[in-house]
Design a protein around this ligand. Structure first.
Ligand code: ADP
Length: 151
Protein backbone atom coordinates (compact mmCIF):
# COMPACT_ATOMS: atom_id res chain seq x y z
CA UNK A 1 0.00 0.00 0.00
CA UNK A 2 1.01 3.59 -0.50
CA UNK A 3 1.02 5.84 2.59
CA UNK A 4 -2.39 7.29 1.77
CA UNK A 5 -4.09 3.93 1.24
CA UNK A 6 -2.66 2.64 4.45
CA UNK A 7 -3.93 5.69 6.34
CA UNK A 8 -7.46 5.36 5.03
CA UNK A 9 -7.37 1.64 5.82
CA UNK A 10 -6.41 2.31 9.44
CA UNK A 11 -9.00 5.07 9.69
CA UNK A 12 -11.70 2.75 8.31
CA UNK A 13 -10.69 0.06 10.81
CA UNK A 14 -10.85 2.50 13.73
CA UNK A 15 -14.17 4.00 12.66
CA UNK A 16 -15.88 0.63 12.21
CA UNK A 17 -14.99 -0.56 15.72
CA UNK A 18 -18.11 -0.80 17.92
CA UNK A 19 -18.33 -0.16 21.65
CA UNK A 20 -19.61 -3.71 22.30
CA UNK A 21 -16.43 -5.16 20.78
CA UNK A 22 -14.17 -3.59 23.39
CA UNK A 23 -16.39 -2.89 26.42
CA UNK A 24 -15.72 -4.37 29.88
CA UNK A 25 -17.99 -5.76 32.58
CA UNK A 26 -19.83 -3.03 34.47
CA UNK A 27 -19.37 -2.92 38.23
CA UNK A 28 -22.68 -1.92 39.77
CA UNK A 29 -23.93 -1.18 43.29
CA UNK A 30 -27.35 -0.11 44.52
CA UNK A 31 -28.12 3.43 45.72
CA UNK A 32 -28.37 2.36 49.36
CA UNK A 33 -24.87 0.79 49.38
CA UNK A 34 -22.70 2.66 51.88
CA UNK A 35 -19.80 4.83 50.75
CA UNK A 36 -17.53 2.48 52.75
CA UNK A 37 -18.76 -0.63 50.89
CA UNK A 38 -18.49 1.17 47.56
CA UNK A 39 -14.83 1.99 48.29
CA UNK A 40 -14.21 -1.68 49.18
CA UNK A 41 -15.89 -2.73 45.90
CA UNK A 42 -13.71 -0.28 44.00
CA UNK A 43 -10.56 -1.91 45.44
CA UNK A 44 -11.79 -5.50 44.98
CA UNK A 45 -12.96 -4.97 41.40
CA UNK A 46 -10.00 -2.77 40.51
CA UNK A 47 -12.04 -0.08 38.75
CA UNK A 48 -12.03 3.70 39.05
CA UNK A 49 -15.72 4.20 38.40
CA UNK A 50 -18.74 2.38 39.77
CA UNK A 51 -22.22 2.57 38.34
CA UNK A 52 -25.24 2.85 40.57
CA UNK A 53 -28.54 1.20 39.71
CA UNK A 54 -31.97 1.25 41.24
CA UNK A 55 -34.03 -1.91 40.47
CA UNK A 56 -31.85 -2.54 37.43
CA UNK A 57 -32.13 1.02 36.08
CA UNK A 58 -29.06 3.27 35.80
CA UNK A 59 -29.40 5.97 38.44
CA UNK A 60 -25.87 7.30 38.88
CA UNK A 61 -22.10 7.12 38.53
CA UNK A 62 -19.57 7.39 41.35
CA UNK A 63 -15.88 8.12 40.82
CA UNK A 64 -12.76 7.93 42.99
CA UNK A 65 -12.89 11.66 43.67
CA UNK A 66 -16.59 11.57 44.61
CA UNK A 67 -15.72 8.98 47.27
CA UNK A 68 -12.60 10.85 48.44
CA UNK A 69 -14.64 14.03 48.80
CA UNK A 70 -17.12 12.27 51.09
CA UNK A 71 -14.35 10.53 53.02
CA UNK A 72 -12.40 13.72 53.79
CA UNK A 73 -15.63 15.55 54.60
CA UNK A 74 -15.56 13.86 57.98
CA UNK A 75 -18.91 12.09 57.76
CA UNK A 76 -19.37 8.47 58.81
CA UNK A 77 -18.82 6.71 55.49
CA UNK A 78 -20.09 3.43 56.91
CA UNK A 79 -23.51 5.07 57.31
CA UNK A 80 -23.77 7.34 54.28
CA UNK A 81 -25.34 5.80 51.14
CA UNK A 82 -23.53 6.22 47.84
CA UNK A 83 -26.67 7.85 46.42
CA UNK A 84 -25.68 11.04 48.25
CA UNK A 85 -22.32 11.50 46.55
CA UNK A 86 -22.89 10.05 43.07
CA UNK A 87 -23.54 12.03 39.89
CA UNK A 88 -27.19 11.43 39.15
CA UNK A 89 -29.43 10.84 36.14
CA UNK A 90 -30.24 12.67 33.89
CA UNK A 91 -26.68 14.07 34.06
CA UNK A 92 -25.04 10.78 33.09
CA UNK A 93 -23.23 10.56 29.77
CA UNK A 94 -23.88 7.12 28.26
CA UNK A 95 -23.03 5.15 25.16
CA UNK A 96 -24.72 2.27 23.34
CA UNK A 97 -23.29 -1.13 22.31
CA UNK A 98 -23.72 -0.30 18.63
CA UNK A 99 -22.03 3.13 18.86
CA UNK A 100 -18.64 3.64 17.30
CA UNK A 101 -15.70 3.61 19.71
CA UNK A 102 -14.66 6.96 18.22
CA UNK A 103 -17.94 8.53 19.37
CA UNK A 104 -17.47 7.08 22.85
CA UNK A 105 -13.89 8.41 22.98
CA UNK A 106 -15.15 11.84 21.94
CA UNK A 107 -17.74 11.82 24.75
CA UNK A 108 -15.08 10.83 27.30
CA UNK A 109 -12.87 13.75 26.25
CA UNK A 110 -15.63 16.33 25.81
CA UNK A 111 -17.25 15.60 29.16
CA UNK A 112 -13.92 15.08 30.95
CA UNK A 113 -14.81 11.72 32.48
CA UNK A 114 -12.87 8.46 32.76
CA UNK A 115 -15.60 6.09 31.66
CA UNK A 116 -19.11 5.70 30.29
CA UNK A 117 -21.83 3.21 31.12
CA UNK A 118 -22.82 1.18 28.05
CA UNK A 119 -26.62 0.96 28.10
CA UNK A 120 -29.71 -0.22 26.26
CA UNK A 121 -32.83 1.91 26.32
CA UNK A 122 -35.62 -0.29 27.70
CA UNK A 123 -39.17 0.11 28.98
CA UNK A 124 -40.77 -0.95 32.23
CA UNK A 125 -44.37 -0.11 33.12
CA UNK A 126 -44.48 2.41 30.32
CA UNK A 127 -41.37 4.21 31.58
CA UNK A 128 -38.09 4.34 29.68
CA UNK A 129 -34.88 3.53 31.50
CA UNK A 130 -31.25 2.65 30.81
CA UNK A 131 -30.26 -0.95 31.43
CA UNK A 132 -26.50 -1.19 32.10
CA UNK A 133 -24.79 -3.73 29.85
CA UNK A 134 -21.14 -2.68 29.98
CA UNK A 135 -18.48 -0.13 30.70
CA UNK A 136 -16.06 1.65 28.43
CA UNK A 137 -13.10 3.52 29.87
CA UNK A 138 -9.92 5.25 28.80
CA UNK A 139 -8.20 1.90 29.40
CA UNK A 140 -10.32 0.09 26.78
CA UNK A 141 -9.50 2.79 24.28
CA UNK A 142 -5.79 2.79 25.10
CA UNK A 143 -5.74 -1.00 24.62
CA UNK A 144 -7.36 -0.59 21.21
CA UNK A 145 -4.75 2.02 20.34
CA UNK A 146 -2.02 -0.52 21.16
CA UNK A 147 -3.80 -3.20 19.10
CA UNK A 148 -3.85 -0.92 16.09
CA UNK A 149 -0.16 -0.18 16.53
CA UNK A 150 0.46 -3.90 15.95
CA UNK A 151 1.61 -4.64 19.48
P1 ADP B 1 -12.47 11.25 39.08
O1 ADP B 1 -13.51 12.14 39.72
O2 ADP B 1 -12.06 10.15 40.01
O3 ADP B 1 -11.32 11.99 38.50
P2 ADP B 1 -14.00 11.17 36.62
O4 ADP B 1 -13.14 12.21 35.96
O5 ADP B 1 -14.48 10.04 35.78
O6 ADP B 1 -13.23 10.52 37.84
O7 ADP B 1 -15.26 11.89 37.26
C1 ADP B 1 -15.40 13.28 37.37
C2 ADP B 1 -16.83 13.58 37.81
O8 ADP B 1 -17.73 13.25 36.77
C3 ADP B 1 -17.29 12.82 39.05
O9 ADP B 1 -18.07 13.67 39.85
C4 ADP B 1 -18.15 11.68 38.49
O10 ADP B 1 -19.23 11.34 39.33
C5 ADP B 1 -18.66 12.28 37.19
N1 ADP B 1 -18.78 11.26 36.11
C6 ADP B 1 -17.97 10.21 35.87
N2 ADP B 1 -18.37 9.52 34.79
C7 ADP B 1 -19.49 10.15 34.34
C8 ADP B 1 -20.39 9.93 33.24
N3 ADP B 1 -20.24 8.92 32.38
N4 ADP B 1 -21.44 10.79 33.09
C9 ADP B 1 -21.61 11.83 33.95
N5 ADP B 1 -20.80 12.08 34.99
C10 ADP B 1 -19.74 11.26 35.18
Amino acid sequence: YSGIDENSLVSKKINSKKVEEIMSMPIVVTEDTTVYDTIVTMFLENVGTIFVANKGCLSGVVSRKDLLKTAIGGSDISKIPVGITMTRMPNIVVTYPDDSVVDAARKIIEHEVDSLPVVNLEQKEGKEYYKIVGRISKTNITKLFLEFSGN
